[in-house]
Design a binder for this molecule. Structure first.
Ligand code: NAG
Ligand code: NAG
Ligand code: NAG
Ligand code: NAG
Length: 369
């Protein structure tokens, strides 16, 4: 132990003295260090919803969530690691815990503000999630703290070089399904998509003002074909995807792909990557064996048709659930969320993949330049 600790101090000394550094408290890192800030929903939440007043519908801090890797349930909605965990690893950062985790202060690596169920609109699950605007407020608080602790100059370097990662929008569309109270009642589909994109654009512009230049956006997945929403398709239509959701998701992805080049030309120095989650997941749902899975349509954990009832863990309104034997056979872990294996494949692709998967830049390029 002593000797390990001794070597650690020598390493820290070496890093702090020999290599040009940034230090926060007693943590020092090389100048090329690039932080990762994460905003969004259940696809990227590492457990912020463990710390807010919400319902178990919007939490995953119970067995069997997280079991593959962490040996306890961290709040990640999968059997193990999620996309940001892999990206942090490839970028040689430490695992980034939820921002609300008490005692987390390693902000030099970035922070994860994401919240299960959150959308870009404040109305989406209001009071039960950390909305995108509330996540931005947390980021603003952190930015103030970084300026105090690192000084203006170093904080600016950290924020300018950081990568800002977004997975948002899906929930704004989910809440419209079978609802007669959603905002979609008062807008056309196109107008509603424009509200979602408008709010996201606003957040991008705020982060840009603070120095942010590198942005990553996960396109929305083919959620109409997820076990959760396939299970909602009217009886007699077995096997079909939920078309009204597919329509919204496609409209959103198209609008996103149109607004980003505009922002790039409007905001000098902005670089971005959009990741094609839709094609990635569709390919695996339809051809699981081509990608090392045996089941693309049924979830590993849940109940009912496709195990599409979100009862995984038995802590929500439906208490019964089935759990598959080998999660590595499944594209979907629970009714709405991919398995760690699927996430890992996607993370590898967006890290170093070609522009049709992750473009115009892939993540490796964003982290290196
Ligand atoms: C948490 O939510 C419950 C139920 O909505 C409410 O009764 C309680 O006051 C809330 N607690 C806090 C601290 O907001
Ligand atoms: C709208 O929602 C209310 C309250 O949940 C419900 O009673 C009513 O039947 C719904 N109306 C329609 C047309 O779905
Ligand atoms: C953001 O969404 C809200 C509805 O939640 C809407 O009233 C507002 O106009 C939107 N803002 C932008 C900039 O589009
Ligand atoms: C990207 O292009 C490659 C060939 O260049 C193809 O094999 C792959 O399926 C494409 N992926 C997506 C997500 O479109």
């Amino acid at each position: 132990m002593m000797s390990l600790r001794f070597h650690f101090y020598i390493l820290v000394l070496y890093i702090c003295i020999i290599i040009p550094t940034q230090c926060l408290g007693n943590i020092c890192l090389p100048k090329e260090h690039i932080a990762l800030f994460i905003f969004g929903d259940s696809i990227v939440d590492a457990g912020n919803n463990n710390y807010i007043n919400t319902t178990t519908d919007l939490q995953a801090n119970f067995w069997p969530y997280g079991e593959t890797v962490f040996k306890y349930s961290t709040g990640r909605v999968s059997d193990g690691r999620i996309i940001p965990d892999f990206i942090a690893e490839y970028a040689k950062l430490q695992l980034i815990p939820p921002y609300l985790h008490p005692g987390y202060e390693r902000y030099i690596d970035g922070a994860n503000f994401a919240s299960i169920g959150a959308g870009a609109l404040d109305e989406t699950r209001q009071g039960l999630v950390i909305s995108l605007n509330a996540q931005l407020n947390y980021f603003n608080n952190l930015e103030t703290l970084l300026r105090q602790e690192l000084g203006e100059k170093k904080a600016k370097v950290l924020l300018d070089r950081a990568v800002y990662f977004f997975s948002i929008g899906s929930n704004d569309f989910f809440v419209t399904i079978n609802s007669n109270t959603s905002l979609l009642q008062s807008y056309s589909k196109e107008e509603y998509v424009n509200l979602v994109i408008g709010n996201l654009t606003n957040v991008i512009k705020e982060i840009y003002k603070k120095g942010g230049r590198k942005f990553v956006f996960l396109g929305l997945g083919p959620w109409g074909c997820s076990p959760l929403f396939k299970a909602l398709v009217k009886p007699g239509n077995t096997g079909a995807c939920l078309e009204e959701l597919t329509t919204l998701v496609k409209l959103h992805n198209k609008a996103l792909s149109e607004v980003l080049p505009k922002l790039e030309s409007e905001l000098k120095g902005l670089k971005y990557s959009t990741a094609d989650f839709y094609t990635f997941l569709s390919e695996r749902i339809n051809n699981p064996s081509k990608y090392g899975f045996t089941e693309g349509k049924i979830a590993c954990c849940g109940t009912g048709p496709y195990r599409g009832t979100p009862s995984c863990g038995g802590k929500r309104s439906v208490k019964e659930y089935e759990l598959c034997e080998n999660v590595n056979d499944y594209v979907y872990f629970d009714s709405g969320h991919p398995s760690e294996k699927a996430y890992q494949q996607f993370a590898e692709l967006i890290w170093s993949g070609t522009p049709n998967v992750s473009g115009p830049y892939n993540l490796k390029t964003l982290f290196e330049h």
